[in-house]
Design a protein around this ligand. Structure first.
Ligand code: IMP
Length: 191
């Protein structure tokens, strides 16, 4: 993996960047590949893509525009870490889907799988609603020995177990508008 050092922050949004892990170009080209794979899952069906707010917004919008099959989208919001960098394991639905998913082919679009707890919770909730099928595409998965063994059908990048920001991912709500994925500078961690 290429680690590109950031010498000086170029603009204010880059203040918490320690170093860039995945460039905007690398992300865009991988997202196009992922879109092709998801297209291939549904030669006839029109899948429902479920984006997990807020982190998956950048990934979702790029993925859906790179897909070439008919599809529909919906979003769910679950509780996040707030100003912590560790998962609490307690997940709450903050916003549910607008429509029923019974009999639909559902693809969960996740930004990152860390401990796997959030995704596992979400899959349990969705499975109980009897979709025709349930698949998962995650842009990032952390290399983590103690992560739970959760279903992820497609992974964009496997990354080291560090807290990352950018391309939708936040720390305390900020940095989502970075076009790349970067490691958070520890000096930017509050408290
Ligand atoms: P998990 O439950 O530990 O797998 O965490 C999943 C959720 O936590 C993701 O959907 C993200 O919203 C958030 N998260 C996990 N790791 C990171 C990170 O490194 N940066 C930003 N958000 C993260």
């Amino acid at each position: 993996m290429n680690i590109i050092a950031v010498q000086e922050p170029r603009d204010r949004r880059e203040s918490g960047v320690a170093h860039i892990l995945l460039s905007a170009d690398a992300i865009q080209s991988r997202v196009r590949e992922l879109a092709g794979e998801v297209d291939g899952w549904y030669p006839e069906a029109t899948p429902l893509l479920v984006g997990v707010l807020t982190g998956a917004v950048s990934f979702m919008t790029d993925l859906m525009r790179a897909m070439r099959i008919p599809m529909v989208v919906d979003f769910m919001a679950v509780s996040s870490y707030g100003a912590s960098t560790k998962s609490t394991g307690v997940v709450r639905i903050l916003k549910d889907l607008n429509d029923e998913i019974e009999g639909r082919h559902v693809v969960v679009v996740e930004d990152i799988v860390d401990s796997g707890l959030t995704l596992q919770y979400l899959l349990d909730v969705l499975e109980r609603r009897n979709p025709a099928s349930l698949r998962v595409v995650a842009l990032l998965k952390k290399e983590k020995a103690d992560a739970i063994d959760v279903q992820v059908d497609l992974i964009g990048f496997t990354i080291p177990d560090e807290f990352v920001i950018g391309y939708g991912l936040d720390y305390a709500g900020e940095y989502r508008n970075l076009p790349y994925v970067a490691v958070l500078d520890p000096s930017a961690i509050r408290g």
